[in-house]
Design a protein around this ligand. Structure first.
Ligand code: 1CP
Length: 341
């Protein structure tokens, strides 16, 4: 690997500077992505290995990040489990027949992952070939709780009120659903690693909607099983949006890195996670709209706050579609120009 900063940071090995990548760097804001978006619908983009590779490499070539993340979506796992998922332009994910009653739980199958998601593994192989070991490739999956949120709600939501209501009213059925997603996700991430993913990240985008005890029961329990099953094959990063309260428990899973959002300071994150594990984050994505000089001084300060070692520079959540490419690049350049105090 020509640039192995990410792999070293995840092992806690010394680095000259921290690695940097940007959550959702492969889609959303790059003009060349928008061109492809206007030509092919979303799941066609996900299912065509050559397109996946092209999109995945865009930020490496144009922004210069230290890692690539495979272009796909967390919801392809629900599709593999027999759930129809549409991606509606200017709306987002839509599930015409969500699991909103006990009777529908049986609709969810535990699939043969190679049959249903082999196209992702194929895309990873092609992307690895095209990357030619320039930077590591990150594979990913949604956490079982986050997938459950979409499965029951039927679309995106700020509160996922239907999903939470279903979980509290039907804990047994919820457990069955989360179990099935967990088993599928373990096979899915193993397949990604077999195909060449160097690191995997678990996105728990909606874990922060739960109280600490509900988080343990409905989310962390299953993330823990996933990490246990795969941590010997590749380093795992857990990103739990709004889940600062669980950092200490997340360390115990054996993950190599923990994602932090901007609601938690570097100091608090180091304190809550015990001070040894690699942390990733946590710039507010909206702050990429600041003037470039401000972005650069913020990044310098952020590295000083987290420390240069055992740290991965990133945003605290996905990049927004309205960020100018020059600002995203300034964020990355600031890390490459980092001078310690
Ligand atoms: O046509 C389009 O461009 C649609 C926008 C889009 C894109 C680019 C969606 C729909 N998914 C993706 C790709 C995607 N999704 C990646 C690929 C790599 C990258 O872009 O760098 C990744 C890692 C994801 C992960 C994902 N999808 C998450 C977890 C991360 C996060 O942002 O919290 C979630 C929650 C989703 C669901 C999803 N997919 C798409 C949208 C608009 C959403 C969010 C909907 C919502 O709940 O509001």
């Amino acid at each position: 690997m020509k640039n192995d900063l990410l792999l070293r940071a995840l092992k806690g090995l010394p680095v000259e500077r921290p690695p940097v990548w940007i959550m959702r760097q492969a889609g959303r804001y790059l003009p060349d992505y928008i061109k492809l978006k206007n030509k092919y619908d979303f799941f066609t983009r996900c299912r065509t290995p050559e397109l996946v590779s092209e999109i995945t490499l865009l930020p490496i070539d144009q922004i210069g990040t230290d890692a690539a993340i495979i272009f796909s979506d967390i919801l392809v796992v629900l599709q593999a489990m027999n759930i129809e998922v549409e991606m509606k332009p200017n709306f987002g994910p839509f599930i015409p027949n969500p699991i909103d009653s006990k009777e529908k739980v049986k609709n969810l199958i535990t699939p043969n992952v190679r049959d249903k998601l082999g196209y992702v593994f194929e895309a990873i192989k092609i992307t690895k070939r095209d990357l030619n070991d320039r930077v590591p490739l990150i594979g990913f999956a949604g956490s079982p709780w986050t997938l459950f949120c979409y499965l029951v709600q039927g679309s995106g939501s700020k509160t996922f009120d239907k999903s939470k209501g279903f979980a509290f009213a039907n804990p047994k059925e919820t457990e069955i659903i989360l179990e099935k997603i967990t088993l599928t996700t373990i096979e899915y991430l193993k397949g990604q690693i077999d195909a060449g993913a160097d690191v995997v990240q678990i996105f728990d985008s909606w874990g922060g909607l739960l109280s600490p005890s509900d988080y343990s029961e409905f989310s962390l329990k299953y993330i823990n099983r996933i990490v246990s099953a795969i941590k010997n094959y590749a380093p795992v990063i857990i990103f739990g949006k709004g889940c600062w309260f669980a950092l200490n428990e997340m360390v115990k899973t054996g993950a190599s890195g923990l994602g932090i959002d901007w609601s938690c300071s570097a100091r608090n994150a180091r304190y809550l996670s015990g001070g040894n594990i690699t942390l990733q984050g946590n710039y507010d994505p909206a702050k990429l709209l600041s003037p470039i000089s401000k972005i650069k001084s913020d990044v310098n300060q952020m590295i000083n706050d987290f420390g240069k070692q055992s740290y991965i520079v990133n945003l605290g959540h996905g990049i927004l579609p309205n960020i100018p490419v020059s600002h995203a690049k300034a964020f990355v350049d600031a890390v490459k120009e980092y001078k310690s105090l």
